[in-house]
Design a protein around this ligand. Structure first.
Ligand SMILES: [Zn+2]
Length: 406
């Protein structure tokens, strides 16, 4: 896995075998990209690129056998957790050395799996936000991070590790203002609890009334921030949609009529199948009781059907792993979430769109990322082979291209 870092003042020509235009699935052969001042400036023929390189003395990289697509985006991760042991991860929060070691490793794992951008779903200590800033200032290499800071949640409900919990909506509005001052990229609200592994269809209770949630979403939008809503259970998804959140995260047990509401209100969906499905596969499967496996399977399989239904309705879908959840490791889980989308019945192209251009829209960076077009920041993932023909190449990316500074 090769990391190609483009310096701010560098001019560079990239000459691979092909580029994939993810918007329509077109494969562009014999083309080259000219990157300068941190943006894609020209797309020219490879012949013209060699001539330009010689004439203008521009550095070029010939990448034999490589097919580039826009850099992979993970719409839902938690840097603060480790995907292995929840309590051990929380124990690390007070130990600066161990925590730094963990987050730097998670950041490196994303890159080595071709993930060049992630959206962090938050934690009580704003670890995801600190990671964003550390990567930005060059403390360690990592993907571009959209950070949530801490999570809005109601006191006494699910998510003590996510945020302090609010006792009133006024307090919630104060937290949103504070997060805005801290420079977060979006607001995360915990609207429901989590899915039970013990009782099929059971989800922790909805935390807010319709009126309360609408007020929190309004305040976030007034601060210019999108809202990602942790919502499982049909009721939680429905009130989130009615409140006008920007994306539904998880969304287990959503009904067809609620999906229709999401489609009508143009609300995106990050269904995070991995945290359920990967527990039913080895190596996690052997750690769980058969009854639990059965509940997990009965939870995620209908979820896949709803993903296909959502696609048919035109809902914007994004790949999000919930990396950090048990069994969901940073980086390596990405391929599995894509594989599960494919298992849901989405075409290779639809899966790649959920991983790139659609994900860029969901995280509010469609102007910069998600396509290989003029003016975009060069964040690319390269594969040996064409993922449109075979998604398994996503398992082992050959290289990534990143700007030196985020
Ligand atoms: Zn999450």
């Amino acid at each position: 896995m090769k990391i190609i870092t483009v310096k701010r003042d560098q001019e560079l020509l990239l000459i691979p075998d092909a580029f994939i235009d993810v918007t329509d699935g077109e494969v562009l052969k014999n083309k080259a990209l000219l990157i300068s001042k941190g943006r894609i400036r020209k797309i020219i023929s490879s012949d013209a690129a060699y001539r330009l390189a010689e004439r203008e003395k521009i550095k070029y990289l010939y990448l034999s056998g490589i097919t580039f697509m826009p850099g992979l985006i993970d719409c839902h991760v938690h840097f603060a957790l480790d995907g292995v042991d929840f309590h051990q991860a929380l124990g690390r929060w007070d130990n600066e050395v161990l925590l730094n070691e963990h987050v730097a490793k998670a950041a490196a794992n994303f890159l080595s799996c071709g993930v060049t951008t992630v959206r962090d779903g938050g934690d009580k200590e704003c670890i995801g936000l600190k990671v964003r800033n550390s990567i930005k200032d060059g403390s360690f290499p990592g993907p571009l991070v959209n950070a949530s800071g801490y999570v809005l949640r109601k006191d006494g409900y699910y998510g003590t590790f996510l945020g302090a919990g609010i006792k009133s909506i006024d307090e919630g509005k104060e937290q949103i203002k504070e997060l805005s001052h801290l420079g977060v990229d979006q607001i995360k609200i915990a609207v429901s609890g989590i899915v039970s592994f013990k009782e099929l269809g059971k989800v922790g209770p909805v935390q807010f009334t319709q009126e309360e949630l609408t007020a929190l979403v309004q305040e976030s939008h007034d601060q210019g921030l999108k809202v990602m809503a942790h919502a499982s259970s049909d009721q939680a998804v429905r009130i989130s949609a009615l409140a006008g959140v920007d994306s539904i995260e998880h969304g287990f047990f959503v009904s067809t009529s609620t999906l229709e509401l999401m489609a009508e209100k143009k609300i995106a969906w990050v269904p995070t199948v991995a945290p359920m499905a990967l527990l039913t596969e080895e190596p996690q499967r052997k750690l769980r009781a058969p009854e639990e496996i059965e509940i997990l399977e009965k939870t995620y399989r209908p979820h896949l059907d709803m993903i296909k239904k959502a696609e048919t309705m035109g809902i914007l879908l994004g790949i999000g792993t919930d990396a950090g959840a048990i069994g969901v490791e940073h980086g390596v889980s990405y391929y599995h979430e894509v594989r599960l989308f494919h298992q849901a019945g989405l075409s290779n192209l639809s899966c790649l769109q959920a991983a790139t251009c659609q994900a860029a829209k969901i995280i509010g960076r469609e102007g910069e990322l998600g396509e290989i077009t003029l003016g975009k920041v060069p964040r690319l993932t390269g594969f040996m082979g064409n993922p449109l023909n075979n998604l398994t190449v996503l398992r082992n990316p050959a290289c990534i291209v990143l700007p030196e500074f985020n």
